[in-house]
Design a protein around this ligand. Structure first.
Ligand code: FAD
Length: 302
């Protein structure tokens, strides 16, 4: 059996595997897509000490760094079931059952898409999901934020300090964000809030040049010219397969303590699949290290 089995090969999983392998304990890593969300990213400018890098390049260095150690890498494999018996068992979709003394869950998350024409086509060409990552790329430009919940309104407030104008589009007749956030938003001079509107299309040529929406009560269609669209309608953790095992929030995020431990002894978690309040590469790597040290500590005590 493994001492530590890491499920997920993004920044959190790679960091966990390196930390445990460096303790000389038997480490395995199962990853459907090694690199995770980093593979979907173009420019990365907030990975501290590296001024600029690209997703594909960082994903390749993550893998190269893991390969430097004695880690059993199982790529293109998806975990589908976890069960604690004497050891912890993880069943893969191909039917194999892996056994380990401890497990680190680092299956990440995915941004919910609006699913309109233009969204996929202009991803990284004006369509963005992370204001902390891509906000500065739109300095002085007009952008839309799709979604009027807490994350959408936080994004709009954040972006309003960088871009020339922010147009918020909310499907419901009212914003769902906390009232303190709404008050702050409405105090800003360069924000327009559209409620009860359905996003219909993100338009562009080689990059985004506008957004088309339908006013839901009148059915009237409108088009706004702008250069960027931030989609903020939710980040979904990849944790459905864990139902009935570790405790999760109503949003599906795995609940962890300060050592990265979940509610199931011997099972740890790190990165975007957890209830960590902020989801970033550097934060995922830090929590991966925490979970690895937590798992090591557990092993020497049990
Ligand atoms: P992920 O990167 O999501 O990795 C999850 C891993 O688990 C993957 O290997 C996946 O294949 C695997 N997996 C999932 N389910 C299973 C399963 N059942 N079995 C086996 N494997 C599984 N952050 C920044 O700091 N700076 C940026 O500039 C930046 N830009 C971004 C741009 C985009 C377009 C996106 C989508 C995100 C961006 N982020 C950025 C966020 C950052 O990518 C994430 O915070 C980070 O990748 C999270 O790392 P993670 O390891 O927790 O999860």
């Amino acid at each position: 059996p493994f001492d530590v089995l890491v499920i997920g090969g993004g920044p959190a999983g790679a960091s966990s595997a390196i930390y445990t392998a460096r303790k000389g304990i038997r480490t395995g890593i199962v990853a459907e897509r090694f690199g995770g969300q980093v593979l979907d990213t173009v420019g990365i400018e907030n990975f501290i000490s590296v001024k600029h890098t690209e997703g594909a390049k960082l994903a390749a260095s993550l893998e190269e760094h893991v390969k430097d150690y004695n880690v059993d890498i199982m790529k293109l494999q998806r975990a589908k079931r976890l069960e604690k018996k004497e050891l912890i068992e993880v069943e893969l979709e191909n039917g194999a059952v892996l056994k380990s003394k401890t497990v680190i869950l680092s299956t990440g998350a995915r941004w919910r898409n609006v699913g309109v024409p233009g969204e996929a086509e202009f991803k990284n060409k004006g369509v963005a999901y992370c204001p902390h990552c891509d906000g500065p790329l739109f300095a002085g430009k007009h952008v839309a934020v799709v979604g009027g919940g807490n994350s959408g309104i936080e994004a709009a407030i954040d972006l309003a300090g960088i871009v020339s104008h922010v147009t918020v589009l909310e499907f419901a007749p009212e914003l769902k964000a906390d009232s303190v956030l709404q008050d702050r938003l409405y105090s800003l001079p360069n924000v327009t809030v559209l409620k009860n509107v359905q996003t219909k299309e993100i338009t562009g040529t080689d990059k985004v040049n506008g957004i088309t929406y339908v006013q839901r009560d009148t059915g009237e269609e409108q088009h706004v010219e702008l250069q960027g669209v931030f989609v903020q309608i939710g980040l979904v953790p990849n944790t459905d397969w864990l139902a009935g095992t570790v405790e999760r929030t109503p949003m599906g995020e795995i609940i962890v303590d300060r050592q990265g431990a979940t509610t199931l002894p011997g099972v740890f978690a790190a990165g975007d699949c957890t209830n960590s309040p902020y989801k970033q590469i550097i934060i995922s790597m830090g929590s991966g290290a925490t979970a690895a040290l937590g798992a090591f500590d557990y092993l020497i005590r049990n």
